[in-house]
Design a protein around this ligand. Structure first.
Ligand code: SAH
Length: 352
């Protein structure tokens, strides 16, 4: 696998520069080009001879844009091709209070949640830290005129805590004061719930926002929609969230997809209250985004807001989340799936 220059810290770059007999200050020059997602041609303050040496080991850019779809609310969904030909998606979300990028961390996903388009074709491979970072760097460059990137959410395709080392490295790189310098409070990691790695994140000194994709508050219901619930109990998850809060002081976010006639009843409110009681958290209620391969439906708008009010009346902080970009191929993984499927259809038609 080709190495990406952006995967290096300033300390790594300093070693590379000194090892090639170049002055130390070149490391900072390289860092600023990498952060700007420049191609080697744009490293005009770096001697050509040294660029030739760099090219023997490193690649300047990880991604090629294949397609983009812009939503009426300003969200942009990008479809990228990696150097080895895999397709991944990222989303740019502009807000009055700052711009976010939602990144993918794997090609496909192995978690098998029934409602999720990313996992429909299973896991192909982990993305490297540089490939995850490149999604942010590319979009930051592309959207430079719009004020840069303030927030990162790891909510694209893949399970960040099943690609632990690359997730950790990515967070450290994007948080670095020499790079994009995005604060821990402005980075969210969303997980379907791997308790040992939630704890490990806190032990590794990461204090970003932790979002737990809970989606059901009883083991029986969770097992119906999320395969991970067969491996870890709700108690283990609750313990890990408490551990994370105790170590980092960060309120945990609970993601709860509202699925009509499934997890939107008064008994679900009671189960949530019981599970989350005493945990410092906020519940994001997200009406399900229907996908091409699954029959589940969201509840009506009124029912979603009623669920939210009922939950709040038990003393749990909750809100209904507006889903941006749903008119540009909805939930994560769908743009890629539709692109791959329509390419396959075209190919099949050609073969007829
Ligand atoms: N694997 C991680 C991150 C990727 S999914 C996780 O499970 O959290 C990012 C978020 O989108 C998760 O909360 C996931 O449950 C949610 N999601 C996936 N498919 C969805 C759909 N069809 N409608 C609404 N949210 C969805």
């Amino acid at each position: 696998m080709i190495k990406l220059l952006c995967e290096n810290t300033l300390e790594d770059l300093t070693e590379i520069v000194i090892g090639s007999g170049e002055p130390k200050y070149r490391a900072k020059q390289l860092m600023s080009h990498v952060t700007a997602y420049d191609s080697f041609d744009e490293y005009t303050d770096v001697p050509k001879k040294f660029i030739t040496i760099l090219k023997q080991t490193f690649c300047d850019r990880a991604l090629t844009e294949i397609k983009r779809v812009t939503s009426s609310d300003g969200a942009i969904r990008y479809l990228f091709e990696t150097v080895n030909g895999d397709l991944i998606e990222s989303v740019y979300l502009p807000h009055d209070y700052g711009n976010s990028v939602c990144v993918s961390c794997q090609v496909g996903c192995g978690m098998g949640c029934v409602f999720c388009a990313s996992g429909h074709y299973g896991l192909k491979r982990d993305l490297t830290a540089g490939e995850i970072l490149s999604q942010v760097l590319y979009i930051a460059r592309d959207r430079k005129e719009c004020g840069g990137i303030d927030k990162i959410v790891m909510m694209g395709s893949g399970e960040p805590l099943a690609n632990y080392e690359n997730t950790l490295k990515f967070i450290r790189l994007v948080n670095s004061e020499h790079g994009l310098n995005i604060g821990m409070r402005s980075i969210s990691v969303s997980t379907c719930g791997l308790p040992h790695n939630i704890k490990r994140l806190a032990d590794d000194g990461i204090s970003c926002t932790l979002s737990l994709s809970l989606h059901a508050a009883t083991a029986e219901k969770r097992k119906k929609i999320m395969r991970i619930a067969e491996r870890f109990s709700l108690r283990e998850l609750a313990d890990a969230m408490r551990y994370y809060f105790d170590k980092t002081g960060r309120r945990v976010i609970i993601e709860y997809i509202l699925i009509g006639e499934f997890n939107d009843t008064p008994s679900d409110v009671r189960a949530l209250k019981e599970l989350l009681n005493g945990l410092c958290c906020h519940v994001n209620l997200i009406p399900l985004n229907p996908t091409d391969h699954c029959d589940l439906k969201p509840p009506g708008r009124k029912k979603a807001y009623k669920f939210c009010e009922d939950l709040k009346s038990t003393g749990i902080s909750a809100s209904v989340r507006r889903s941006m970009g749903s008119d540009v191929a909805g939930a994560c993984g769908q743009l890629k799936n539709r692109t791959v499927e329509s390419a396959a259809e075209t190919k099949n038609n050609r073969n007829l």
